[in-house]
Design a protein around this ligand. Structure first.
Ligand SMILES: C[S@@+](CC[C@H](N)C(=O)[O-])C[C@H]1O[C@@H](n2cnc3c(N)ncnc32)[C@H](O)[C@@H]1O
Length: 198
């Protein structure tokens, strides 16, 4: 990452707002576009380290809400009474059981900003990216009711396949690329609403 990229407007805005990463500004942009959050909601945040989305979601849902993050990496030093964090792989069924238990079985919103370790081998990276979308879909099936929302990051190389998969599970699937996304990045965010419940 170049010096210029690190110190761009989004970086400075995140720093000024006391957010742990520039990702927080992206979630603010996404919330401005989609009105994802409201007070009192239960939110699950997959791939939550270092914690900027936790900060933004916690502020939006307020003290009557609850935000639970999951990451392979421990989130250090984020103290908020409406936030808790589990360390582990979101693909792991034991981790998912602990997650379910921590929110009494249901959530209003599932967020996923998970990103895979990339190898540079296109097919391997695409498979990893698709696998993370599948995890987010599975967690949504486990926790979201009919009115629940899933906000998921995906990468342009898997956009078509991932969008098809999301449409199998949700009626409304809307892609959006926040202005705060780095130039040249292949990231896209998709909001999926109105879960198809059998
Ligand atoms: C771009 S960062 C998330 C930034 C975060 N949204 C924020 O606002 O600070 C992506 C994270 O996804 C996590 N991750 C990737 N695969 C995961 C998995 N299978 N389970 C849990 N976390 C995962 C990584 O450890 C990494 O911390």
């Amino acid at each position: 990452m170049s010096h210029y990229e690190r110190k761009d407007a989004t970086y400075r805005a995140a720093k000024k707002a006391g957010l742990r990463s520039r990702a927080g500004i992206k979630l603010e942009d996404l919330d401005a576009r989609f009105h994802i959050f409201s007070a009192g909601q239960t939110v699950v945040d997959l791939g939550c380290w270092p914690g900027a989305w936790l900060q933004v979601a916690a502020q939006r849902v307020g003290v009557s809400g609850h935000v639970v993050g999951v990451d392979l990496v421990a989130v250090e030093g984020l103290v908020a009474e409406n936030v808790s964090v589990l360390v582990g792989d979101a693909a792991n069924l034991k981790v998912r059981a602990a997650l379910r238990e921590s929110i009494d079985g249901s959530a209003d919103v599932v967020l996923s900003d998970m990103a895979p370790k990339l190898t540079g081998i296109r097919a391997t990276d695409a498979a990893r990216e698709e696998a993370l979308v599948e995890i987010a879909v599975e967690v949504s099936r486990e926790l979201l009711g009919r009115r629940g929302k899933l906000l998921v990051k995906l990468f342009s190389g898997v956009e078509a396949a991932a969008t098809r998969r999301l449409r199998e599970e949700f009626v409304t699937v809307t892609p959006f690329r926040p202005a705060s996304t780095r130039k040249g990045s292949s990231e896209i965010y998709v909001l999926a609403c109105d879960r198809r419940v059998d």
